[in-house]
Design a protein around this ligand. Sequence first.
Ligand code: SF4
Length: 343
Amino acid sequence: MRVGSATIGGGSPVLVQSMTKTRTDDVAGTVRQARRLARAGCELVRMAVPDARAAEALPELRRKLDLPLCADVHFDHRLALAAIAAGFDKVRINPGNIGSRAKVKRVISAAKDAGVSVRVGVNAGSIAKPVLRRNGGPTVEAMLDSMADCLEPFEQLGFRDVVLSAKTTGTPETIAVYRRLSKRYRYPLHVGLTEAGLPFEGAIRSAAALGVLFSEGIGDTVRVSLTGDPVLEVDAAYELLAAFGLRRRGPVIYSCPTCGRTEIDVRALARKVKRGLRDVQAPVTVAVMGCVVNGPGEAREADFGIAGGRGKGAVFCRGEVVRVCPERELVRELVRRILRDTR
Ligand code: SF4
């Protein structure tokens, strides 16, 4: 499925997306954040459109941002129509809260005419009341039931440019519902947890659920929702995808946890290495190790590495020690060699 210049599903690499956290009528702030996201590797930027004032800013955002954009709409179908008219590439709606079938169908027809795709996003927290009653609460069955209801008008109108999502905060429920969706439907799936938490907790919870799904080949696009800077969401998504060999963007940095044998400041070195390689796109592995016990072995296994000694360390390139230098020169030397090697 095409979303502007991006593709979702059909065997394409899992697409990384995130959301801006500004109001869209703060055009300058939203453009700045969207561009930061794009630089970090975000391939589709979603924006919440909560009211008419937010919708009025969409044409200007479209003019200023040359990247795939999705509008996130609840409750008012006219906001989705405004996003389509503004030239957004995708709209996310929750048909359960957008009102009557006729309103949903109006959005579908407009999307069809404009070649815009639609994400049908069912959320455990906003399932329609009759569905909740039928299923005794926001269960996995209720989410599937809700999805079937939501998809009906799309299928009636023969509209197939649909991405499905069914989000909850629970790890087992997320795994269960996406397994069922992937068996039942051939539409691409947007995977992620909703309200995952602060960056540390949210990344772990997301990894627990999405790791299972990715290992089973489920998921065509991902958002790692975190309470914090959205760039962290993009970084977390790539780390997770890299762990499964599904996507690689830039260096993967390993560092030892440190222990009583550590003789250099591994934490500071690893941070400096990460900062120094921020703009490197090449998919290299880099090891930052604290001592001579595991250090040289691990550093040799990686494409590049540092193994620390007392106040000094060895720099490794492609399995060979290329230089031993004082601690204060290690990062500069390592980064210099990586940049030269990957240019
Ligand atoms: Fe400790 Fe050395 Fe292992 Fe780091 S590499 S955790 S310093 S033994």
